[in-house]
Design a protein around this ligand. Structure first.
Ligand code: DHB
Length: 391
């Protein structure tokens, strides 16, 4: 009896071992996920990978008869590395789709590979408007800085903020945030006293904040990428800018859910505009946050996580619509125009621009269950990327 069981077990093991070898590449759908898993942007990589794996755990790893395989590669935050990885993923691994891209320069580097290889690519994190213009194969599940900034420029002058200094990271998304916030704020009668840009890599915010102190604006407007907000705010409080009566506003990158609860009660009352808060009241979001935390104890999903989760949804819908047969162009066509309910609210992938249309919320940092959260208090429905509307 025991012997027969052993023989059977051995037979099953042999079969299980042989299967992956026998499985033809065509039975597999491969996703190349290029993320910063180390370096300054590592929290973005962690959040997106966790969300992508959660999506697969919830929806299964077989879609339209295809086994979905996730290949995660660390770009270390460097565009040259990302480009080489993207080429390898396309040529050697024969991935069906590329995704991830924690920083704008990385999304732009991968866009070139996507065009050459006619392989769809989904920006799940980076947020410069121009990214989706860089390749006809590029789509986006994150957001754009123009989209997030304009709502705040409408809110601020109506709420006692007549003058601002802007402080942004000096690269694509920072330049977008500065431009779209400032233009709209000025059009609403506000005054932009000074525009400051800090380097993206290892920034020292102290000299910039000294300038802000001297300029004495009603508020400081800040954009820094996900994971860098705590460093700015620490310096802000240490230099007593809050005591000097200078308020802080920004896009929600500053009050990133991943960091917010460790940034201290000085954050209470700070108003930002963004597309996602872990405290968003929708039923879908409650389930998402709960499942994410269960799968990743000690982690709170942030806007990067929701970009990863929704990017996976776009891919799964693309595979289903092409009945698993989707090559680059068919898959791309299937993902254009998709409309779905995200944990953040309703979204649509614009057919023409391949960018995401979504609700933008005004939120205030408040305490809920003893923790700091971005609590939404107003919404602007279905905002298209203003960076595209200008053309
Ligand atoms: C980008 C990166 C971020 O972490 C973020 O919060 C917004 C934009 C970017 O590089 O595009």
């Amino acid at each position: 009896m025991l012997r027969r069981q052993l023989v059977q077990a051995a037979g099953l093991t042999a079969m299980a071992l042989a299967l992956p070898l026998a499985a033809h590449a065509a039975d597999t759908f491969k996703i190349g996920l290029i993320l910063p898993m180390t370096g300054q942007q590592a929290s973005t990589g962690r959040e997106i990978e966790a969300a992508a794996r959660l999506y697969m755990a919830q929806h299964g790893d077989t879609v339209a008869g295809k086994k979905v395989e996730l290949i995660v590669k660390d770009d270390t935050g460097l565009p040259d590395v990302a480009k080489r990885i993207a080429q390898e993923l396309v040529v050697s691994d024969k991935v069906n789709v590329l995704a991830g891209f924690g920083l704008t320069p990385i999304a732009l580097a991968v866009a070139q590979v996507a065009t050459q290889a006619k392989t769809p690519a989904i920006t799940m994190a980076a947020a410069t408007s121009a990214i989706t213009d860089a390749s006809p194969y590029m789509l986006r599940s994150s957001f754009t800085l123009p989209q997030a900034s304009v709502a705040l420029a409408d809110w601020a002058p109506k709420n006692g903020i007549k003058s601002v200094v802007t402080l942004v990271s000096d690269y694509g998304p920072g330049n977008d945030a500065e431009k779209y916030f400032s233009e709209r704020f000025a059009a609403n009668g506000g005054k932009v006293i000074e525009k400051l840009r800090a380097p993206l890599r290892d920034p020292d915010f102290a000299p910039f904040l000294q300038k802000v102190r001297d300029a004495k604006p009603d508020a400081l407007f800040v954009f820094v990428p996900s994971g860098n907000g705590a460093a700015v705010m620490k310096q802000f409080f240490e230099r007593g800018l809050d005591k000097a009566g200078i308020r802080v506003i920004g896009t929600g990158d500053l009050t990133d859910d991943e960091q917010l609860n460790n940034m201290g009660d000085g954050m209470l009352g700070i108003v930002t505009s963004h597309h996602y808060s872990a405290a968003h009241p929708g039923e879908l979001n409650k389930k998402f946050v709960e499942a994410f935390r269960k799968a990743n104890p000690n982690m709170r999903p942030n806007f990067m996580a929701v970009g990863g989760y929704d990017g996976m949804h776009m891919i799964y819908e693309g595979i289903k619509a092409t009945k698993g047969e989707g090559g680059g162009d068919a898959l791309l066509a299937a993902m254009k125009g998709l409309k779905f309910d995200s944990p953040r609210g309703p979204v649509e992938i614009d057919k023409e621009t391949r960018d995401i249309t979504q609700d933008i919320y005004l939120r205030k940092v408040e305490k809920k269950d003893g923790q700091l959260y971005n609590i939404e208090f107003d919404v602007i429905k279905q905002v298209k990327d203003p960076g595209k509307a200008k053309k």
